[in-house]
Write a protein of this length. Structure first.
Ligand code: G3D
Ligand code: MG
Length: 284
């Protein structure tokens, strides 16, 4: 039987310093670089894998996308890419808030653009057992919430340092992508906010506006709508307050209602609210 050849785009998502870049390095090069390399821009790495068995196997080329914290850039990170068909959602087992933000931020961010896609959940830094704040139970529960008619996303405790379960996680995702038919949406530009660069309400409004414009067919179409909604809630751009920003977010959701699917509207609202609600209290 001829071997099937498949090419798939996968992306690693999660908060800064959870180990995304280290996991890719471990998987692709099978080594762990202890020296932290600050990377700027977007990076795609290629890896060939064979999944399945002799009777029903496939040679897969994985194009692995790393989202890179653009330190020093205050604005939204814009990634323009086509056809993401699988995602590894990465949290750091020593920091419970990184698990929370997968649910509240990263999953809505990607799913609102790609629709449901195969996912795998990684609790990374498993070697730091003494500092562990959550484990497979919690991660598995999150994975369950995203079960799909055709597959159950799996959870792994990985270590980019020791290599434990890194290949398992990538291969599991590859196998799921081989078996599940997804329709890749082509060339969907996506905004990912580098959350570590969001410090104030002004930053939050910046990001929300950029995100809304992106979903609303660009700056030109969206600007009058944004301006109108800001006036409606009395949002002062130079000095926004928590309450008006929340109202602004709700009103943008109302605008999107009817133009987008209810799921998409909900996810956009969720990730925007996450940004406001996770500011340091004194900056609210
Ligand atoms: P990111 O790409 O998600 O931002 P990085 O994360 O891959 O850059 O990793 C962030 C830090 O976590 C790095 O440490 C890296 O060495 C460390 N790290 C990544 N994976 C593991 C792991 O499995 N175990 C342990 N113990 N550390 C890990 P530094 O200190 O260099 O910033
Ligand atoms: Mg990185």
């Amino acid at each position: 039987m001829p071997v099937e050849k498949i090419k798939k785009n996968v992306i690693l998502l999660g908060d800064g310093a959870v180990g995304k870049t280290s996991l890719i390095k471990r998987f692709v090069l099978d080594q762990f670089d202890d020296k932290y390399i600050t990377t700027i821009g977007t990076k795609v790495t290629k890896k060939e894998v064979f999944v399945g068995n002799d009777d029903d196997g496939a040679e897969m080329t994985l194009l692995v996308w790393d989202i890179l914290g653009q330190k020093g850039y205050r604005y939204t990170q814009a990634l323009s890419f086509g056809g993401i068909e699988g995602a590894l959602l990465v949290a750091d087992i020593t920091r419970p808030e990184t698990l929370e933000s997968l649910k509240e931020y990263w999953i809505p961010s990607i799913v609102s653009v790609t629709g449901p896609i195969p996912m795998a959940f990684l609790g990374n830094k498993a070697d730091l057992e003494d500092e562990r704040a959550f484990g497979l139970d919690e991660l598995g529960k999150l994975a369950e919430e995203y079960s799909h008619a055709n597959y159950e996303p799996r959870a792994f405790l990985t270590s980019a340092r020791t290599g434990d379960y890194v290949d398992d996680a990538f291969y599991n995702l590859a196998e799921t992508m081989k078996n599940v038919v997804t329709i890749a949406k082509d060339n969907v530009p996506q905004y990912f906010v580098d959350k570590s660069e969001v410090h104030t309400l002004v930053d939050v409004v910046d990001h929300i506006v950029a995100d809304f414009c992106h979903h609303f067919g660009g700056l030109e179409n969206a600007t009058p709508v944004v301006r109108h909604q800001m006036e409606k809630v009395g949002l002062d751009l130079d000095n926004p307050n928590y309450k008006t920003v929340v109202e602004f977010i709700n009103n943008l959701a109302n605008v999107e209602n009817g133009l987008k699917s209810p799921e998409e509207v909900k996810m956009n609202r969720t990730k925007r609210l996450y940004l406001v609600n996770n500011l340091p209290n004194q900056n609210r």
